[in-house]
Design a protein. Structure first.
Length: 89
């Protein structure tokens, strides 16, 4: 079918064949169409990657929230001036 979109070629290695066979069990309506099964696997993989990115972002936000302000008051207003006062000129 003509298209202006990029096309991708994938070789059906043993690993890819096993993934497609598993996909056929998951989507029996497309069991006879390995191209459709591959599209399902790509969509599922994308959902998994996006979910993991969301979990990582939430974990980072939690870490920032838990550590926010823990050093408040440790460094006084003249801390840098005092630190630099003993530096050679």
């Amino acid at each position: 079918m003509p298209t202006k979109r990029p096309r991708h070629v994938i070789t059906e290695t043993d690993e890819v064949a096993a993934a497609l066979d598993d996909a056929a069990a998951r989507w029996p309506e497309d069991a006879g169409n390995r191209t459709r099964l591959l599209a399902h696997l790509v969509a599922e993989g994308h959902r998994a990657v996006a979910a993991e990115q969301g979990r990582r972002a939430a974990h980072r936000q939690d870490a920032v929230g838990m550590t926010s302000g823990v050093l408040s008051g440790v460094y006084g207003p003249d801390y840098l001036s005092e630190l630099r006062s003993d530096w050679p000129a």
